[in-house]
Design a protein around this ligand. Structure first.
Ligand code: GLY
Ligand code: MN
Ligand code: MN
Length: 432
């Protein structure tokens, strides 16, 4: 497991301390997902399950009571392991993952009834609908046994926010992994930038990314790679990645590896032929300036929304300066006139999930940033190819610049440091 076993044990204890007396927490890793026929997608546990266990096998349940943490998992089975691979089994769960108890999954239905009988409250993630159905069925079984003395639980509590608040502040182990993930992704973007050539398919650059991820020890991307040339860059979640890249195109690459469960998330935008046109350079310079202004706001005590607001101001002013918007910056911001060109937020939490767990508001107010939080800072500008309100030179240009930033007591720390960001640096790297 990526972190010392005691870290996971401490997390479970911390969670245990936040539940009511005589209560039970149930979390599920998840099951294999069919791709087609008898082929499955690679399994990846639910991030909160991973956070509390470090256990990566499918079909496991974590049960935390006031006294113990218990894993129900797939037991050792030589014939199954011959086909499908190694299992830690019940003893491995206790010895290597530090659970107080472990049982084969087949014993879950009976043992969970013993635990739920007469318990005060059942905590789970309400988003896990399959688990909700199971909990309901277990409750009904106990209801049917009431005349024999069983007492079905009546209180069901969503534990999402409690776990998410724990996940939101990263410890030193997590930060070290996230910086390593970030740096692998930095290298992947550099390799893609240097490999780009006119006439290549977008997926050929995707191959460069995946190659660097894997040879650096990161087995998978944290999300679907986006390699979007030309006007495809204006499709925010473009993942076809199958077009031929043209000489005067920019290419926007949004890609980050997952390392030990932790995501990185980087976007670079650069010219396929290594040289920005003047229109591309003008828009790029605004986005870069917006990113710099935003990153300055990633500091302890600033509100979460501050860095978005900082980016928005620079982007809107830049659009006015270039003649894509007309009017006064404040009122253009108030009326959201920038939205045809900038339609997403400037960032999100980053961690085990690329769009990581944690509330953005507390009591209706944008929350203050704290040391140990990680955000992405990703302003962009996108001019639709059919936006006939603007001069032709701007149409079909999409630009985003995205870095991963740790909040520290000493100000913003860019985990994705080392990327070529200035126009001159990008052109110099690509000329090599
Ligand atoms: N790569 C997804 C995002 O930037 O939010
Ligand atoms: Mn992002
Ligand atoms: Mn991204």
């Amino acid at each position: 497991m990526p972190l010392p076993m005691t870290c996971y044990q401490e997390r479970r204890t911390k969670l245990q301390q936040q539940i009511a007396q005589n209560s039970v927490v149930i979390l599920r890793a998840g099951s294999l997902c069919t791709r087609n026929s008898d082929c499955y997608y690679e399994f990846r546990p639910h991030s909160s399950f991973l956070y509390l266990t470090g256990y990566k096998e499918s079909d496991a349940y974590l049960v935390i009571t006031n006294q113990e943490s218990i894993l129900f998992n797939l037991p050792k089975d030589p014939s199954k392991e011959l086909w499908d691979g190694f299992r830690h089994g019940v003893d491995g769960a206790v010895q290597q993952f530090g659970f107080d108890l472990a049982f084969p999954l087949t014993q879950l239905p009976q043992k969970i009834l013993d635990l739920l009988d007469s318990c005060h409250a059942v905590y789970s993630l309400f988003e896990d609908q399959e688990l909700q159905q199971q909990i309901h069925a277990w409750q009904q079984t106990l209801v049917s046994k009431q005349r024999q003395g069983a007492k079905a639980p009546t209180k069901f509590i969503d534990i999402t926010d409690t776990i998410n608040e724990m996940r939101l502040i990263k410890d030193t182990h997590e930060i070290a992994i996230m910086e390593q993930a970030a740096q692998i992704s930095v290298e992947a973007h550099k390799q893609a930038m240097m490999a780009a050539k006119v006439g290549m398919h977008e997926y050929e650059l995707e191959a460069e990314l995946n190659y660097t991820f894997m040879k650096s020890g990161a087995r998978t991307p944290a999300y679907n790679n986006i390699v979007a040339s030309g006007k495809n860059a204006c499709v925010l979640h473009y993942i076809e990645n199958d077009k031929k890249m043209q000489a005067d195109d920019l290419v926007l690459i949004d890609a980050g590896c997952e390392l030990d469960g932790y995501a990185s998330d980087i976007t670079c935008t650069f010219p396929v032929n290594g040289k920005f046109t003047s229109a591309q350079a003008a828009l790029y310079a605004i986005v870069l300036e917006a990113q710099k202004a935003a990153i300055e706001q990633v500091k302890v005590g600033a509100q979460y929304v501050n860095f978005h607001d900082a980016a928005l101001r620079v982007l809107t002013k830049g659009l006015v300066d270039l003649g894509l918007l007309q009017g006064e910056v404040d009122s253009l911001i108030d009326s959201k006139a920038y939205q045809p060109f900038y339609m997403h937020n400037t960032g999100h939490w980053l961690g085990l999930d690329v769009h990581d767990a944690g509330a953005y508001k507390l009591d209706g107010q944008s929350r203050p940033l704290q040391a140990g939080m990680v955000v992405t800072v990703e302003p962009g500008l996108y001019v639709a190819h059919d936006n006939y309100d603007v001069d032709e030179q701007w149409r079909g240009i999409g630009i985003r610049i995205e870095d991963d930033v740790l909040v520290t007591e000493n100000g913003p720390y860019i985990l994705t440091h080392g990327l070529a960001r200035e126009i001159a640096d990008i052109e110099a790297l690509m000329a090599r």
